[in-house]
Design a protein around this ligand. Sequence first.
Ligand code: PBG
Length: 331
Amino acid sequence: MAQSPNLFIAQRFRRLRRTPALRELVTETRLSAADFIWPLFVTDVAGADVEISSMPGVSRRTVEGAVRAAEEAARLNIPAVCLFPYTDPALKTPACAEAWNPDNLTNRAIRAIKAAVPEVAVMTDVALDPYNSNGHDGLVRDGVILNDETVEALVRMALVQADCGADILGPSDMMDGRIGAMRDALERAGHKDVAILSYAAKYASAFYGPFRDAVGASGALKGDKKTYQMNPANRAEALRLVARDLDEGADMVMVKPGMPYLDICREVKDAFNVPTFAYQVSGEYAMLKGAILNGWVKDDVVLESLLAFKRAGCDGILTYFAPEAARRLGR
Ligand code: PBG
């Protein structure tokens, strides 16, 4: 049993990878169902409550179906759902008035979910695109997306959502000044405890394609969103946006898309140490699901991809995989 002195290795990292128990003991990052916000697409258009072809496994739901999903979230220990409406095209106008109709889809769904499963937090989308005949997140005049006029509309929309019982408002529009305007209006209206999760660093991304199918905005959208959503090349700007939104009264911030922007998640968490979320967006879901369904990768990529968000510093993830991932984690 001659041993060469060359074989004395002080740092054998494999020692702690030898058994499941040892690996478990030194695990640095954990994923749980409590990390998820589950996005739901709601519709009352007859026949539209079907699977979205670019998002296999994800369907639009009726308000009643959204309530059932929220009940499932409660059973799976998923703390929050986020509502996105597929609006009847006949209700979409350039003025977007349906956005602050107290009886619009989202607002009916908020009330129904809070009545049935009050323990599940309801997050909303504050943006005009599902109600806009031109598909943009802002009001448009002569081809220009109007900032301040849009902020006024978003404030009206946010107040009605708060009245209906929304727990978390999610402004996803990227207009300047909307967080401050919303926070101010919420305080004045007595909604002191409504949280704002700002889509602070939202990039102009091609990964949103399937979502626009899901909410029926793809056909309507003329041009792109590059005058309001961020340039994917920028990181310093993301940090300035997060600082700005926190100053204006955001409680939590988001980076979006997710996986291609994990460097931004890490920088935001390190710089501000505030509740930081990322959105694993529709295109990311479609890529992973499509490859799984083709047998090109194993479905283990689902939990691996979500764990990566936690490792990058995120406190939680908006993900269409929420129920599937929660079930896997429970096994
Ligand atoms: C629009 C909005 C988008 C998403 C959430 N809110 C798309 C866009 O900005 O065009 C994308 C979510 C996803 O792709 O899953 N207000």
